[in-house]
Write a protein that binds this ligand. Structure first.
Ligand code: ATP
Ligand code: MG
Length: 248
């Protein structure tokens, strides 16, 4: 994706819930790759609704909204749900599925070596080298430990809200999306896990749209821009908005 092309564009977006409750009108927001945006507003201002539209999960709106072709969008809902029936580690592994598939295919071919598959194997080996995949499992261990994920074999139905959020965040960060949509990512997190998220926010190279009432999280992101809901007023970020974050 070229750095001068919008990674996301939204214009004239309005949302009314069934029953006639108007949520917001005529929202406009476009940004280039790597741009960081804080979204602020009181409870019920439509922040979560806006993120669901941006994530492509709510298509029942009027106006124009699209992510750039090929842009990988990662979304953390306000109340993340994990895949039931999969363990904590299996949930995290969903974030690296494409990488894991490459490794698994390579290992399959290596176990049943034949001349016909030698070229494919060499190609996979190049891909594994280039993307540093040999120690994928160890990388996952490090990420899971940093976010203090519950034990590998724990099941989602037995997790607290904060634990589920940590697992969902771990998966999301491993996916390395071009654009991260985060809805109150530090809610219910203990201080050590919160610090990990603040650190990830501070160093994320892709675009980030952050909804948060946690001024520390917004300051860690160091956004260039702020979007104030429900009116959709946009401004350059200034530290005066930090008060609005925690008061909103
Ligand atoms: N599925 C729904 N059906 C009808 N109304 C809804 C629905 N979801 C949200 N709303 C309403 O739309 C408005 C915006 O909700 P939304 O969850 O987007 O707010 P928010 O800014 O994220 O609030 P909070 O800070 O509490 O998370 C609220 O008045 C809410 O009651
Ligand atoms: Mg919300």
């Amino acid at each position: 994706m070229a750095a001068y092309q919008y990674v996301y564009h939204m214009d004239g977006v309005s949302k009314t819930y069934p029953g006639g409750k108007k949520c917001f009108e005529n929202i406009r927001l476009s940004f280039l790759p790597g741009v960081k945006i804080g979204v602020v507003g009181v409870n019920g201002a439509g922040k979560s609704t806006l993120l669901k539209i941006m994530a492509g999960l709510d298509t029942d709106f009027s106006g124009e909204a699209w992510a750039a072709e090929g842009a990988k969008v990662g979304y953390l809902p306000q109340e993340p749900k994990l895949e039931e029936g999969l363990t904590v580690r299996e949930n995290v592994m969903l974030g690296v599925k494409a990488k894991k598939d490459i490794l698994d295919r390579y290992n399959d071919l290596a176990m049943n070596y034949s001349d016909e598959t030698a070229d494919e194997m060499a190609q996979l080996q190049d891909e594994i080298d280039a993307n540093n995949l040999w120690d994928l499992d160890a990388q996952i261990d490090v990420s899971m430990e940093a976010l203090r994920c519950p034990p590998d074999d724990a099941m989602p139905e037995n997790l607290s809200g904060g634990e589920a959020r940590r697992v969902a965040l771990c998966r999301l960060l491993l996916e390395q999306p071009d654009m991260l949509l985060l809805d109150e990512p530090t809610n219910n997190l203990d201080p050590a896990s919160r610090e990990e998220i603040l650190d990830a926010l501070a160093h994320y190279s892709g675009s980030v749209v952050l909804v948060s009432h946690d001024d520390g999280a917004v300051l860690a992101l160091n956004p260039e821009r702020v979007l104030i809901m429900p009116d959709g007023v946009e401004d350059h970020w200034s530290d005066e908005y930090a008060d609005l974050v925690s008061l909103a």
